[in-house]
Write a protein that binds this ligand. Structure first.
Ligand code: 3HC
Ligand code: NAI
Length: 686
């Protein structure tokens, strides 16, 4: 037996244990080891049944994702789990899968190849392959619908969300849920001599082929809407619905074909990059391993506006008590009202229970003065984006906070070191840049000031995990990673509109490419006043060679601030629904004539290329300056905070795919023709 799989005897039961930490992924050797043990048990007369169990905290979290890149690169053969799972399923002696922790992807497929499934109450089960741009590739699309029906199988495989053990029991995916010792319960069950029961033979849950076809026809448009432009979810629909029309083995072959198409497709590589990227960003090269995080038992939030109220909810969701303060009593009341209605909304949608909503609300204490802040382990400031105001707030926090407390700012652009200098403890100051809406957005951009000490950084990274955020560290620089890159990206969108494209065509091109929103509509969302102020700061600092006078500045000058004023690049009704404004286009053409900007036509491809080149080049500058640690940090900021499609991997990943040389050369041509905006970054030049 390999090291990855061991066997032992408990009375007349053979217990097969998978031991491949940390998540018992099905690396080469694991499924082989289980199948070999099952095979050997067939001829051992003293064995009456087999239990398969995972060691450590989990059963099996899937195939080994690290293998996929190697397969695509031709370094490894294609996965061949089906013959092994079929061997397990064909066992003449009953096989019980004893499940705990995560039973995901290939892990659930392995479990379904057993004859019975017994699960610990806290087990999570799912087919999350679509999140990696894949479909289940070891029989999941054929066995799951046999156990739970086509509709539920579609729900699980197309959206990739896990279910808990009680739900799996209701659905018939597991046979027993226990709270006692799992292996003992499995052995006890086996000694009742249950007959082997192959999942493949269980066809009563399958629809007839016509019904399956019409289900696929109904589901596909919804999938196309919810998971726009993604290929794997639609492939999953095909594979699952084929279970109703194809014999089992043909169904497996059809699944294998679709799985391979997904695996060799670009979306899967990009999504695998983001899977590992989300985990890589938590590693900070020069943070000593022994830097100990401080425990956060009480937090304080200053400013109860959009962000402060959202951040307070993030803390409460993690079970951390939080004090929420605002200088304006009306704003504080408004903040609390917003929190109450957000929690009620989540409870109404079933995302949390009414009790959880109440518990979270009880953890948030609105405070008019500073009482209690002296006990906080961390205080985060989310007042208006005004350097002088924030300086005053930091000086005050320095007076009030206990020694050792972490002082954080949610600023989206300002100089963290300047804030740190207003205190006598610059080493305790750090940027915690949340994104709006804070309870929803996964990104936490962490700004490491020049003086920020290791303990504060370690505390921040541990806290982010507790808040279920992905923290990406940026050095202190104007706009940090995200907003600094957003400037040149949006500047290109504005230029293209000035050069002849309709604003909505610019937005549509980027939306159709996969961005969550077009860049001009995003400007309207966060406010053209905010965009203007940010640009003035960038101009003052000589960053990115932005144009001092653009058409967008004119819109701002007319009081068109975007959604908040009912008009910006678009017009907005009371429901904030956008409509195109022909007047904006007419004004744009007048502006172009006045500024003698030559007019031309733009294809969607050209629009996307120019905007992305600007984004990539600024990312390159941040890498060259050491503001961002690695390409993957830039990618994760964009995927998690700026609506960049995860299935495209992030801007720097896209650059690598297109070829840095190619981008460098076209950038150089533009630089020679149009000037310093296009100066290729050192990162691209290298
Ligand atoms: N393969 C390889 N490594 C994996 C892995 C997998 N399936 N799942 C997790 N890991 C690694 C992580 O990269 C991480 O490594 P690191 O410590 O070096 O960064 C380590 O295991 C721990 O993972 P997390 O930090 O994510 O730990 P959590 O406790 O937060 O989460 C988890 C655990 C829920 C299992 C989460 O890791 C997860 O969602 N994993 C992926 C599950 C998945 O997508 N499975 C399907 C794989 S594809 C497949 O099975 C195809 C099949 O149909 C043929
Ligand atoms: P907001 O205008 O909604 O709220 C700011 C709140 O701070 C107001 O309620 C105000 O009364 C309060 N305040 C002002 N001075 C105060 C003081 N001295 N003491 C206590 N409270 C005070 O602003 P918003 O949007 O929440 O922004 C806050 C910070 O978050 C800014 O730095 C902003 O740049 C940043 N940010 C904003 C994002 C957004 O999308 N709105 C996203 C990420 C960061």
């Amino acid at each position: 037996m390999s090291d990855l799989v061991t066997t032992r005897r408990l009375d007349r039961v053979l217990v097969v244990t998978i031991d491949n930490p940390p998540v018992n992924a099905l690396a080469p050797g694991v499924a082989e080891g289980i199948a070999a043990a099952v095979h050997a048990a067939q001829t051992d007369e003293s064995v009456e049944g087999i239990v398969v169990v995972g060691s450590g905290s989990t059963f099996v979290a899937g195939a080994d994702i690290k293998e996929f890149g190697r397969i695509v690169a031709g370094e490894r053969p294609m996965l061949a789990l089906n013959p092994l799972f079929n061997e397990i399923e064909s066992s003449a002696k009953p096989v019980v899968m004893a499940l705990h922790g995560n039973v995901l992807g290939g892990g659930l497929e392995l479990a379904m190849a057993g004859h019975y499934r017994i699960a610990d109450r806290r087990t999570k089960l799912g087919q999350p392959e679509v999140k990696l741009g894949l479909i289940p590739g070891a029989g999941g699309t054929q066995r799951l619908p046999r156990l739970v029906g086509l509709e539920t199988a579609l729900e699980m495989c197309v959206f990739g969300e896990s279910i808990n053990a009680p739900r799996a029991l209701e659905l018939g995916l597991v046979d027993f849920v226990v709270e006692t010792d799992l292996v003992q319960a499995a052995c006890a069950f086996l000694l009742t001599a249950p007959p082997p029961r192959r999942t493949r033979d269980h066809t009563s849950n399958l629809l007839n082929p016509d019904q399956a076809q019409s289900l696929a026809g109904r589901v596909k448009p919804e999938v196309g809407r919810r998971l726009r432009l993604q290929t794997a979810p639609l492939a999953a629909v095909d594979a699952i619905c084929s279970a109703a029309s194809l014999p089992f083995e043909d169904g497996l072959a059809h699944e294998a074909k679709l799985f391979a198409e997904c695996l060799y497709g670009e979306q899967s590589s990009a999504l695998i990059h983001t899977f590992f990227g989300e985990r890589t960003v938590s590693r900070i090269a020069d943070l000593p391993k022994d830097a100990k995080p401080l425990e956060i038992r009480l937090a304080g939030v200053v400013g109860a506006g959009t962000m402060g109220a959202g951040i307070a909810q993030c803390y409460a969701a993690a079970g951390i008590p939080v004090l929420l303060k605002d200088a304006d009593p009306t704003a504080l009341e408004r903040g609390m009202t917003g929190i109450r209605s957000a929690l009620a909304g989540q409870a109404a949608k079933g995302r949390i229970t009414p009790q959880e909503a109440e518990q979270r609300l009880a953890l948030i204490t609105p405070i008019a003065d500073w009482s209690g802040f002296e006990r906080c382990d961390l205080i985060i400031e989310a007042v208006f984006e005004d350097l002088d105001l924030k300086r005053r707030v930091f000086a005050q926090l320095d007076e009030i906070a206990r020694p050792g407390a972490v002082l954080a700012s949610n600023t989206s652009t300002l100089d963290i070191d300047a804030l740190a200098r207003c205190t006598r403890r610059p080493e305790r100051v750090v940027g915690h840049h949340f994104f709006s809406p804070a309870p929803v957005m996964k990104l936490l951009e962490v700004v490491r000031g020049a003086a920020t000490d290791d303990e504060v950084l370690a505390t921040t990274m541990a806290l982010a995990k507790r808040l279920k955020k992905t923290a990406v560290v940026s050095r202190n620089a104007f706009g940090f990673i995200g907003n600094r890159m957003f400037g040149p990206y949006r500047a290109q969108a504005v230029s293209i509109a000035e050069e002849g494209a309709a604003p909505w065509d610019v937005d549509q091109a980027l939306y159709d490419w996969g961005m969550a929103m077009g860049p001009l509509a995003v400007g309207d969302l966060f406010g053209l006043d905010v965009a203007w102020r940010m640009k003035q700061m960038a101009l003052k600092l000589g960053i990115a060679h932005l144009d001092a006078d653009t058409f967008e500045d004119r819109l701002f000058g007319q009081g068109r601030l975007g959604q908040k004023s009912g008009a910006g690049w678009y017009l907005y009704g009371s429901d904030r629904k956008l409509t195109q404004d022909p007047d904006v286009e007419a004004q744009l053409r007048l502006y172009a004539a006045e500024m003698a900007i030559p007019q031309r036509r733009f294809s969607p491809e050209r629009i996307v290329e120019r905007c992305l080149d600007a984004l990539i080049n600024e990312g390159g500058r941040l890498l060259a300056e050491g503001v961002a640690q690695r390409e993957v940090d830039v990618d994760m900021v964009y995927v998690l905070g700026y609506g960049f499609p995860a299935w495209r991997g992030g801007p720097m990943y896209c650059a690598a795919r297109t070829g840095k040389r190619k981008i460098y050369e076209r950038m150089l041509r533009r630089y020679e023709r149009y000037g310093p905006f296009w100066k290729p970054s050192e990162w691209l030049r290298a």
